[in-house]
Design a protein around this ligand. Structure first.
Ligand code: NAD
Length: 484
């Protein structure tokens, strides 16, 4: 479990790589508990400078007047560089975040794919054609909305930042990335890559630091004209309230408590693999984690027994090893939070069917590991079934009929994702249309396409990312009239 080595501690302020004026934060390797890098953070003065640099760069005709294909060429180049450097970025992320190397490789591939997709889409985003209306000609044009703040969580570094930075830049904006305290290194690498790809320096800032200080300074800054936020619902609500005061558009990708549903006619082998991946990949630290499992009563006991058996076969350990399924959680404090939910489940009458603790001894004792945990016997209204745990904890619940299932699946404040396993495509379709979720997977889970809109309903968020509309979301429409 060797640390990958120390990394650039500099932040990026309007293209300038230099130490931040905020406090220096250690970046811990969650697999070892050791300091892997020291990262300086931004101060409020750095935020001011980054916003001013972004505004100036957006006014610069050299960027503003670039044709879409010229802007696309630079974004495509950024995608290429990410791809070329994918192994070293993946290793850096695994060290910073604890995700297994197979998953961090996929994150870098996703980030590179986002840049390539956005570059290609940008070349074919049409402006509306002018229309003659008697005494005048009218038309609409799209203009950059920014500067834009992109505030991201720690659980999918680089993919989250790319999902915001690529369309924001494509739309002609400066982008100011505020990565999470726990995993800033990949975002800093992304910033470097953007500069090397030839994006004008003033358009790129990466400002690590505390959420309430650096993040909130960005949100409140009068020069920031849109915030694209991914993170917890409580933070999202606060940012949304500030945005409302400023009359500023905001997109909020928030938390979840997503149901995975096994209908009685499902291919159970497929469903076991999907449910397991849905909750235990990324150690359950995924917004779309399928944390509530509903199984038809006729197959409930058999299915839960198979899930327990499969969970016990998962390989937990060194996230840099190729065969590892689960690495450590992000931090000791987060593990304590996950643990407290498992204790609560026992108090709420739940039966811990497997897991429910830390792996014992050996090489894992220094890292923040937690066993994959399956719990039955809880009331669907209990806190453990309602609140986002963001860890490797699955609650399994039986249901009897489709009406009850739909009501139970929808009975949380969240509405991010849902998985359905069934061989009956009509039933699966019917259910997919009735669940309150931004994304539904049928006979698969956690597949994400850069072209398909992503976002939540209810407390899971506001707005959509990805796809062609994801680029438009960083533009503002203007109507222009000519008297004839
Ligand atoms: P968080 O809300 O604590 O932090 C997210 C980001 O917001 C961090 O960069 C943080 O520093 C910043 N922040 C915190 N307070 C702020 C403030 N007052 N003003 C501005 N910025 C502030 O979330 P987290 O713990 O980093 O991430 C986990 C959460 O993110 C989970 O709830 C998870 O479901 C959610 N998430 C959602 C999606 C999605 O696409 N819907 C994806 C990944 C994670």
């Amino acid at each position: 479990m060797a640390d990958h080595g120390s990394t650039s501690a500099d932040i990026i302020v309007a293209g300038q790589q230099r130490p931040g004026r905020g406090p220096t934060l250690p970046s811990l390797n969650p697999a070892t508990g050791r300091v892997a890098a020291q990262v300086t953070t931004a101060s409020v003065e750095d935020v001011d400078e980054a916003v001013a640099g972004g505004e100036a760069a957006m006014r610069d005709p050299a960027w503003r007047d670039l044709l879409p294909h010229e802007r696309a060429r630079l974004l495509h180049r950024a995608g290429q560089l990410l791809q070329e450097e994918s192994e070293s970025i993946a290793r850096l992320q695994t060290q910073d975040n604890g995700k297994p190397i197979t998953e961090t490789r996929a994150l870098v591939a996703s980030a590179a794919g986002t840049f390539r997709y956005v570059a290609a889409a940008l070349e074919t985003l049409d402006e509306a054609l002018p229309t003659a209306r008697g005494p005048y000609l009218s038309m609409s044009v799209y203009e950059p909305i920014g500067p834009v703040a992109a505030i991201t969580p720690w659980n999918s570094p680089i993919a989250s930042e790319a999902q915001k930075a690529a369309p924001a830049l494509a739309a002609g904006n400066a982008v100011l990335i505020k990565p999470a305290e726990w995993s800033p290194l990949a975002a800093l690498r992304l910033g470097e890559v953007l500069l090397r790809a030839g994006i004008p320096p003033g358009l790129v800032s990466v400002l690590p630091g505390s959420g309430p200080v650096v993040g909130e300074a960005l949100v409140r800054h009068p020069g920031i004209r849109k915030v694209s936020f991914t993170g917890g619902t409580t933070t999202g609500r606060r940012i949304g309230a500030i945005a409302a005061e400023k009359m500023m558009p905001v997109s909020l990708e928030l938390g979840g408590k997503s149901p995975t549903i096994v209908l009685p006619d499902a291919d159970l082998d497929l469903a076991v693999r999907g449910v397991l991946f849905g909750i235990f990949s990324s150690q359950g630290q995924a917004c779309v984690a399928g944390s509530r499992l509903f199984v038809h009563r006729s197959v409930h006991d058999e299915f839960v027994a198979r899930i327990v058996e499969a969970a016990e076969r998962l390989v937990i350990g060194d996230p840099t090893a190729e065969g590892t399924h689960m690495g450590p959680l992000i931090s000791d404090s987060h593990r304590t939070k996950v643990e407290s939910y498992v204790h609560l489940a026992a108090d709420e009458g739940g039966r811990i069917r497997t897991g429910g603790g830390r792996p014992s001894g050996g090489a894992l004792s220094d890292g923040y590991y937690y066993l994959p945990t399956v719990i039955t016997g809880l009331d669907p209204a209990s806190r453990v079934c309602q609140e986002e745990i963001f860890g490797p904890v699955l609650v399994a619940l039986p249901y009897d009929d489709e009406a009850e299932l739909t009501a139970l699946a929808n009975a949380t404040p969240y509405g991010l994702a849902c998985g359905i396993w069934s061989r009956d495509y009509r039933r699966a379709w019917r259910l997919a249309r009735r669940v309150e979720a931004g994304t539904v997977w049928i006979n698969t889970y956690k597949q994400l396409s850069v072209a398909t809109p992503f976002g939540g309903v209810k407390d899971s968020g506001l707005g959509r990312e990805k796809g062609r509309e994801g680029i438009r979301a960083f533009m503002s429409q203007k109507g222009i009239y000519w008297g004839l």
